[in-house]
Design a protein around this ligand. Structure first.
Ligand code: IFM
Length: 462
């Protein structure tokens, strides 16, 4: 299900209901202590916060180009300045320290480090990330670094980008550059952020860069992304670094809208698209048979999958990053419906119990791999008094706690997002941060949720 389709549903009135009807109304979860050493984090990504898109030798990415095309982004917004983090990172590091964060997930702008995506390294670009990592380590905050959060260098896009199989190799070379430069200073690398969103939004609905609308091509892109992940894992192992590595996937448990066999079958099919088509190749070394069978005989993805690819893709991961925003509910005809409350982001079907279902399912079906929640959060129009976000976070953390009690190796939680930022096609209209950013003055102000999260971290629990 694509976010664009959900917007259609929302417009038709299918999205409704007060936020967090069920468990939140039952009262706050309390007295839940997390294991010692549990990682309390927040997440961001480069294009969404850095700005400084033309400074210090940075090359353009697909998002620079896309955001400047008329009609692509709400209000004509761009990430040119964003939250100006490139210049304000020291203050932002202090903000993280004051919150008590023990983990910070950010992404590297590939074209800041390699302006044309490959070849000559831009020392000033690399230096920015050195200063950021050093600043985190000096504040006892663990850097969790994503290598690809959708901002493919435009120079590589001009060569076909992820449609071109070579992009997997270019990505692995860039990853190797980063591994060599940072060694053990970065304890956790995340290769890809949400390949599903690239496939769905970047190449199917066209609502994200590079704005293509070709589902057949999209699935080829999906395969090349997975191949790039596997090659990057190999590249890390080759350096001998002790850092750990894995992907960050957006996953969504799928449920039938009613108790009919047709709805259950459609939920299983939706599970193939939402979850198994990513988890199976990465953790089992094969595409799901039903997903593959659903691809037409002449689908280009069939030819794109070469002998040996799946062995590369299934290279051992040390950790699995899970971005969890909500559930997926489908009817007997396969239509997506919104059974649970939503947020300012109308594609979001808020269902905290789904986090428990999802993480326990990963352990059951894929083995006992360490997990990190690499994103979880909601957008709200409430500027500073974001009580709805607090309710959301409380319920999801309670579900995370139950997951740990059930024996899942969940080691950290990163809320999305540290601060308000450029929300892709929605520009600056959706506020996901626990820290408010005034995009005129760049002033940062902690929201109620930031103070609440700070107390959770201080208590190591709810
Ligand atoms: O802002 C995005 C992020 O870049 C990826 N995951 C979902 C978030 C909210 O839409």
């Amino acid at each position: 299900m694509r976010r664009r389709d959900l917007l259609t549903l929302a417009a038709a009135g299918a999205v409704a209901g007060p936020l967090l009807r069920s468990r939140a109304e039952a009262g706050p979860a309390a007295g839940l202590t997390f294991p010692a050493g549990f990682g309390w984090g927040a997440a961001t990504s480069a294009y969404q916060i850095e700005g400084a898109v033309k400074e210090d030798g940075r090359g353009p990415s697909v998002w620079d180009v896309f955001a400047h095309e008329p009609g692509r982004i709400r209000n004509g917004d761009t990430g040119d300045v964003a939250a100006d983090h490139y210049h304000r990172y020291r203050d932002d590091l202090d903000l993280m320290r004051d919150l008590g964060l023990t983990s910070y997930r950010f992404s590297v702008s590939w074209s800041r480090v390699l302006p044309t995506g490959r070849g000559t390294v831009n020392p000033k670009g690399l230096d920015f990330y050195h200063r950021l990592v050093d600043g985190l380590l000096a504040r006892n905050i663990r850097p969790v670094v994503t290598l690809f959060h959708w901002d493919t260098p435009q120079a590589l896009q001009d060569l076909g980008g992820w449609e071109n199989r070579d992009c997997a190799k270019w990505f692995a070379d860039y990853a190797h550059t980063m591994f060599s430069a940072f060694g053990d200073a970065v304890p956790i690398w995340l290769t890809l952020n949400e390949p599903k969103t690239v496939v769905d939004n970047g190449y199917t609905s066209g609502s994200h860069a590079p704005g293509k609308r070709d589902r057949r091509l999209a699935n080829v892109v999906g395969h090349h992304l997975l191949l790039g992940h596997g090659l990057a894992v190999q590249a890390l192992r080759a350096t001998g670094a002790r850092s750990r590595i894995g992907p960050a996937l957006s996953l969504s448990p799928t449920y039938p809208a009613n108790d009919t066999g047709a709805a259950r079958r459609q939920a299983a099919t939706a599970d193939g698209e939402e979850n198994r088509r990513w988890l199976d190749p990465l953790l089992l070394g094969r595409y799901p048979a039903d997903w593959l069978a659903a691809q037409p005989a002449d689908a280009p993805v069939r030819a794109a999958i070469k002998d040996g690819d799946l062995a590369v893709i299934a290279a051992r991961n040390d950790i699995m990053g899970v971005n969890y925003y909500g559930a997926t509910t489908v009817t007997g005809t396969g239509r997506r419906v919104m059974k649970h409350p939503t947020s300012q982001a109308t594609w979001q079907e808020i269902y905290p119990d789904g986090l428990f279902d999802l993480l326990t399912r990963i352990k059951r079906d894929y083995g006992d791999i360490p997990l990190s929640i690499t994103e979880n959060g909601m957008a709200t129009t409430n500027a500073l008094r974001d009580e709805d976000r607090i309710a959301f976070l409380r319920e999801h953390l309670a579900a995370a706690h139950r997951t740990i009690q059930a024996g899942v190796r969940l080691e950290s939680y990163h809320l999305w997002s540290l601060m308000d930022n450029f929300e892709w096609a929605e520009g600056y209209t959706q506020r996901w941060g626990i820290v408010n950013v005034d995009f005129t003055t760049q002033r940062r102000t902690r929201k109620a949720s930031a103070d609440w999260y700070r107390s959770v971290i201080a208590r190591n629990g709810l």
